[in-house]
Write a protein that binds this ligand. Structure first.
Ligand code: SAH
Ligand code: SF4
Ligand code: F3S
Length: 482
């Protein structure tokens, strides 16, 4: 679906200097070039955007797809498409390795397709060493851009089509403009991510995100609410507010506003039946936020609250700015206000200097908090971060042993905790037809657990009551109660 709310024209011969008008101008120019190419080829040109990384990247990819559709590309099935774009992540080394591996395979495909264009964008491109490596070892890549000029895709594509060399345009991550109101192609018709802020100021010592995404910038509340009202009018009933740390929303804006206030305003938008948000940093999750969550029935009873480590000593070295005790006190307050809430988390194993005692503190918090689920990560050294220069990097074999102990515990506890709704009837937002069994549909309850139950595609996007009969680990099998 294309959301197009731009009212101006773009027929002048000179590119406008203001945004988003400039990008609409380039979309028309790119459309002309692509039309000619597809006439020559005797078929429409196709595109494929692959997303690596987090929800923020997934949302950027929707914007990129919206622009490509507007230009006249049609969706291709896979990487055999004419225009292949990788929206990359660099949070862990593995993410980078995956991209290089996939690029190797693309090189062969490109030789066979005279219309083939390969483009790379996203967090990994913000690293200078990566761009150098691409220039040296992957010269068949046509276009490289960063996290801050996603909105310029049309302009960059025109430059690429008019050049016979690799076009590289990666603006400094610290100087980000916010340009909205461009076409977007949403993955789901009934739910959508909404950026409320960009960047991160926290500089956790292991993390590369602040370097590649730049400083925190909040969008004005009226813009966010305008976007959500528009989405609601188009039939969206669930929004996920996105930011690296939504709890610091509003800092730096002219008006006095914080995340709790914004969340309550979003929850009051007519038609929005579910509000989620991602991610909350435990250091500044306010009691106001807990109150707002508890008092609006359409704010989902789910909080993703990354712990990273249960050891106060390690947390300190990570620059997380909370302690084991303050984290536990916070989760107690949250559970007191909303006893059924699902808590999920991120955990890192093998941070430099992590001792067996430190690791056991992590296990202890997992046992005490009883997370519904957790993402567990092996510490990955990111060049340029303070932790990369720390002594006492932990040997791989020690880390792997700890990792599998943690995973076992997380799964055991998650399984028990998730089962708490067995036998109850709960509202399920249906998201898709089940891939393994086409007689079932799949959806989520407010608390985020997945439910499969008998139904057909006509239920997609609807919220329906379902009895949760059995819990199989991390999902339920249910029966419709309607
Ligand atoms: N802004 C979010 C997290 C974004 S990155 C937050 O602070 O909650 C998602 C997760 O990746 C982090 O929570 C962390 O657990 C993990 N992560 C980040 N850097 C990492 C690294 N260098 N090695 C391993 N895991 C890392
Ligand atoms: Fe990374 Fe920390 Fe920012 Fe999250 S809060 S993105 S972990 S620096
Ligand atoms: Fe990865 Fe960038 Fe997100 S590094 S986790 S895609 S902000």
């Amino acid at each position: 679906m294309i959301l197009d709310n731009y009212m101006g024209g773009a027929d002048a011969g000179v590119p406008p200097t203001t945004e988003p008008a400039r990008q609409y101008y380039f979309m028309e120019r790119a459309a002309d070039l692509i039309r000619k190419k597809s006439e020559e080829a005797g078929r429409p040109l196709t595109f494929c955007v692959q997303t690596f990384g987090c929800q923020m990247n997934a949302r950027d990819s929707e914007k990129l797809r919206g622009i490509l559709e507007r230009i006249g590309f049609v969706k291709g099935a896979d990487e055999s498409a004419d225009f292949v774009l990788y929206n990359t992540c660099t949070v862990r080394e593995n993410a980078n390795l995956k991209v290089y591996g996939r690029l190797g395979a693309l090189r062969r495909k490109k030789r066979e397709n005279p219309n083939g264009i390969i483009a790379l964008c996203g967090c990994m491109m913000q690293e200078k060493e990566v761009v150098l490596k691409l220039k040296k070892s992957y010269p068949f890549v046509d276009l490289v851009f960063g996290t801050h000029n996603v909105y310029q895709l049309a302009e960059l594509l025109v430059r690429t089509l008019e050049s016979d060399q690799m076009v590289v345009d990666v603006p400094d991550a610290t100087k980000g403009a916010i340009v909205e109101d461009l076409p977007t192609d949403r993955k789901y018709s009934f739910k959508s991510g909404v950026n409320i802020m960009y960047g991160c100021n926290n500089f956790c010592s292991y993390c590369i995100v602040p370097y590649v995404r730049g400083r925190e910038r909040s969008r004005a509340p009226e813009e966010i609410l305008g976007e959500i009202r528009r989405l609601a009018r188009e039939g969206v009933c669930e929004v996920m507010l996105l930011g690296q740390n939504v709890n610091s929303y509003g800092k730096g804006l002219d008006q006095e506003i914080d995340f709790a206030r914004l969340l309550s305003m979003v929850a009051e938008v007519p038609g929005i039946e579910r509000v989620r948000f991602m991610t909350s940093h435990p250091k500044d999750l306010s009691d106001d936020l807990i109150r707002v969550m508890a008092s609006y029935p359409n704010i989902c009873r789910h909080l993703h609250l990354p712990l990273q480590s249960g050891s106060t000593r390690v947390l300190n070295a990570m620059n997380r700015r909370y302690t084991k005790d303050s984290y536990l006190a916070l989760t107690d307050r949250i559970r007191q206000a909303m006893p059924d809430i699902s808590l999920t988390t991120d955990l890192i194993v093998g941070f430099p200097g992590e001792t067996e005692e430190d690791f056991e503190e992590t296990l202890d918090v997992v046992r005490r908090v009883e997370y519904d689920s957790a993402f567990t990560f092996i510490y990955s050294k990111r060049t340029g971060t303070p932790a990369a220069a720390m002594e006492n990097q932990i040997p791989d074999d020690v880390v792997h042993k700890r990792f599998s102990r943690l995973l076992t515990l997380v799964q055991e506890i998650g399984r028990e905790r998730t089962a708490r709704f067995t036998g109850q009837v709960k509202d399920v937002l249906v998201e898709s037809v089940n891939e393994q069994n086409r007689d079932l549909v799949t959806g989520r309850i407010m608390e985020n657990a997945v439910v499969h139950f008998p139904g057909s595609a006509s239920l997609i996007g609807k919220i329906v009551p379902v009895r949760l009969d059995v819990c199989r680990g991390f999902y339920y099998l249910g029966t419709p109660e309607f």
